[in-house]
Design a protein around this ligand. Structure first.
Ligand SMILES: C[S@@+](CC[C@H](N)C(=O)[O-])C[C@H]1O[C@@H](n2cnc3c(N)ncnc32)[C@H](O)[C@@H]1O
Length: 287
């Protein structure tokens, strides 16, 4: 793994580091750039402008260049027709990966974002980057959006999924995708922040054997809809401001799916160590 280039570090994360007006401030910053006409229609230049804000103004919870490269390389290899991200924020990963999906010959990049203000920022910057033909932003809780897109027949299969939203929702949302047959053998998952802040329940699930997953499913009370206590309370509290429900869907998933799962070490845009877990669904055992 290459070292982190400190000259590219984002500003440090503050106690309150999102949903404090900085997302709209970012829009003014980007659209106020003297070279805005060169930025229009150019995904790399839009990303540069966002990085510029993150480095010189305020921290932004973007995937960043280093971890972003792991997923961009995966897109070039997997060549997904359909890619879904859970958690879009201001559109950094959406623009980086939406552009990579288009270059790899893919058709659709769905960005699922719960906060409507953030969703509006994503749409504005995606439009600025000229990616409106590939990207579709879906506003709402990820599980509700997955169900809605599936039930409408719009989302039939997920070739590659980037998980980067509410940490306790990674595992239940994956299980929902399994149940809806959106994730099947051939699907690939890339999960962000599995070290910072960490996500033990998700890692345990994608690394478990089919036998273990069948045993968990047989447990009398199931897993319930409360966040797993192993995911930090600090992360859970961050989303309390809007009074959004933290209840999780209780899908049984498909325990018969087999994953080949590997940790890829890298860095947050601040330089803090983090990793992306890449899990390839390689098969399905008969039940
Ligand atoms: C870390 S940020 C995403 C960063 C983005 N993927 C990037 O790298 O540019 C997490 C985002 O997930 C959103 N979020 C949290 N819980 C969600 C849920 N249940 N459904 C959809 N979005 C959610 C938050 O509003 C926030 O914008």
């Amino acid at each position: 793994m290459p070292d982190f280039d400190q000259s590219k570090a984002y500003a440090a994360q503050e106690e309150v580091f999102f949903d404090d007006g900085r997302e709209v401030e970012l829009l003014h910053f980007v659209y106020g750039k003297p070279d805005i006409d060169q930025i229009r229609g150019n995904p790399s230049k839009v990303l540069q402008a966002i990085d510029d804000f993150g480095r010189t103004k305020k921290y932004l919870m973007n995937v960043g260049e280093d971890k972003g490269k792991i997923v961009s390389d995966l897109i070039a290899e997997v060549k997904p027709q359909t890619m879904v991200e859970l958690g879009g924020y201001i559109g950094y990963s959406c623009i980086l990966f939406g552009d990579a999906v288009r270059k790899a010959g893919g058709k659709r990049y769905y960005s699922l974002e719960r906060n409507p203000e953030f969703g509006a920022v994503i749409s504005s910057l995606v439009d600025l980057a000229g990616l409106g033909d590939v990207v579709k932003v879906a506003i709402g809780s990820s599980d509700a959006s997955l169900k809605r897109l599936h039930d409408a027949g719009e989302l039939k299969h997920i070739d590659l999924m980037f998980l980067d939203h509410y940490k306790p929702a990674y595992k239940p949302d994956l299980k929902l995708c399994e149940e809806l047959k959106l994730v099947t053998p051939g699907s690939v998952l890339a999960a962000d922040n599995v070290i910072t802040p960490g996500n033990p329940p998700y890692l345990e699930y994608v690394r478990a054997s089919v036998e273990q997953k069948r045993k968990w499913l047989e447990q009398p009370n199931g897993e319930g809809t409360d966040p797993d206590a192993r995911v930090g309370q600090k992360h859970i509290n961050q989303y309390a401001k809007r009074g959004e429900s933290t209840a999780l869907n209780a899908s049984p998933g498909n325990p018969n799916l087999v994953y080949d799962s590997k940790l890829n070490h890298s860095f947050e845009p601040t330089g803090d160590p983090d990793a992306i877990e890449v899990s390839r669904c390689t098969g399905e055992e008969s039940g």
